[in-house]
Design a protein around this ligand. Structure first.
Ligand code: SAM
Length: 255
């Protein structure tokens, strides 16, 4: 892209991303807990509280994987309003194995696999061709945009499918600028994560890819500017650092 962050060949990246998530689908949820010490749950809870959906919110959760954001969305609406009303979420992911795990989890979480409130759809964030313009009230993408080859295309599509007034929200790894914390984070990333990947999933490579993809993703202010360039109104600094910037919550509105 013209933002200059891509270093690997595009096709190579796409097939690698495919393999990584096909390999890890079954262990994906466990690995998230192990590698973040459960903190990803707090980030995701905070993400949904910030979105503060209502019983009329129609959400598209892109790169939705095994449904972490979707279930939190539904739980939030149910708890805050005593029912789901017309709230609905479409979970879209390029990888059918991730969605299959998500569908199984729906039952465990007290939701039917497919209903008026939740549906699952295979698709590419870069090209949401089957979705008409101005369809959704909210668009979320959590730990997914980093894996996409053309971030600018993802943002353009997000802008297109949102209704005017709709909100784009992204949760993604960021850069840690705090000294000492950033050194600790480096050790954690380059030593501990690949070791856990090897021990638990017998797959060091996938987790090395994970760390590299985090390092290559643009820093928070640069990504904020990309969101703005896609046409979104960005309010204030445009993002919120979580855990020293290990993760960051970005947001923009379609006018
Ligand atoms: N959002 C979920 C969460 O927070 O637990 C899943 C995040 S997981 C780290 C990244 C997901 O992005 C994977 O399920 C992967 O299949 C999906 N993905 C990667 N490239 C994609 C693309 N171009 N379009 C849609 N999904 C994609």
């Amino acid at each position: 892209t013209h933002f200059g962050f891509k270093t690997v060949n595009e096709e190579e990246k796409e097939s690698l991303v495919g393999r990584v998530f096909a390999n890890v689908a079954d262990k994906y949820d466990l690995m998230n807990d192990l590698m973040s010490g459960g903190v990803h749950r707090l980030w995701k809870d905070h993400f949904i509280r910030t979105l503060a959906p209502s019983p009329t919110t129609k959400l598209l959760d892109v790169a939705g994987g095994t449904g972490d954001i979707a279930f939190r969305f539904l739980d939030y609406v149910k708890t805050a309003n005593g029912g789901l009303g017309n709230a609905s979420v479409t979970v879209l992911d390029i990888n059918p194995s991730m969605l299959e795990v998500g569908k199984k989890r729906a039952a465990t979480n007290g939701y039917s696999t497919d209903s008026d409130h939740i549906s699952w759809r295979v698709g590419n964030a870069e090209n949401l061709e089957s979705i008409p313009d101005n369809t959704y009230d909210a668009y979320t993408i959590a730990f997914g945009i980093r894996n996409c080859t053309h971030i600018d295309r993802v943002l353009k599509e997000a802008h297109r499918v949102l209704k005017p007034g709709g909100r784009f929200m992204c949760l993604e790894f960021g850069k840690v600028e705090t000294p000492i914390i950033s050194n600790l984070y480096d050790i954690f990333s380059f030593e501990i994560i690949p070791t856990i990947g090897q021990a638990v999933a017998n797959d060091r490579e996938s987790y090395q890819y994970l760390v590299e993809s985090i390092r290559k993703f643009p820093p928070q202010p640069v990504f904020r500017d990309m969101i703005r360039s896609a046409g979104f109104l960005v309010v204030g600094p445009g993002w919120e650092d979580l855990t020293f910037g290990v993760a960051a919550l970005h947001s923009g509105y379609k006018l």
